[in-house]
Write a protein that binds this ligand. Structure first.
Ligand code: HEM
Ligand code: HEM
Length: 132
């Protein structure tokens, strides 16, 4: 996770979204993102959803475009391939691809600065993943 975010923060295409727009505190973010991934990869069930909402909020401040998601995935795939191999490494890549596609598609219904006037629609939460 730390290697991925170090690369993402430095990336010329998406780094500013983390550092300047979200002003992300990495130390506060790491526990959330590790619980997200351990839920998907290790069956830990510590993450209870809501990942889309923070991206809708980010999109409201600076449009998240297809090229941003593509770069995010490129860094994610590259980091995994540098450090891991095997079945779980593949699941990490496949699930990220699904989530990125779903987020990008859902964001089309949310307003971004590119829209000029606000065209926000009510936020719906996807109920997904393991149930308790
Ligand atoms: C062990 C199996 C799985 C686990 C634990 C899991 C877990 C999760 C979690 C925690 C999220 C984030 C939800 C949120 O924050 O609101 C998510 C999102 C998503 N997952 Fe999975 N997942 C699993 C399998 C799958 C499979 C098999 C598919 C598709 C065939 C899938 C497709 C998606 C998609 C499309 C999203 C994004 C949903 C959205 O926000 O629009 N997942 N998953
Ligand atoms: C253009 C691509 C993306 C950008 C710029 C981005 C940026 C961010 C930022 C800035 C946050 C922190 C928001 C905050 O706490 O204020 C965040 C949270 C998060 N992101 Fe992303 N993200 C992207 C794509 C993805 C994808 C593809 C996934 C999943 C595979 C993902 C998973 C998450 C999760 C799980 C959180 C934590 C949500 C929570 O607080 O529960 N992100 N992202």
């Amino acid at each position: 996770m730390r290697v991925f975010y170090a690369r993402a923060f430095e990336d010329p295409l998406i780094g500013w979204l983390f550092t300047d727009v979200a002003k992300l505190d990495l130390e506060a973010h790491v526990p959330k993102i590790t619980s997200f991934w351990e839920t998907i990869l290790l069956g830990e069930r510590t993450y209870h959803g809501g990942a889309f909402a923070v991206h809708a909020e980010l999109h409201h401040k600076a449009e998240l475009r297809q090229a941003h998601f593509e770069r995010w995935l490129q860094i994610w795939f590259g980091t995994i391939d540098d450090m891991f191999e095997g079945e779980r490494a593949n699941v990490a890549k496949v699930h990220a691809l699904r989530v990125a596609h779903a987020f990008h598609e859902r964001l089309q219904n949310f307003s971004s600065p590119a829209d000029g006037v606000s065209a926000a629609v009510p936020l719906t939460i996807t109920q997904h993943g393991p149930s308790d």
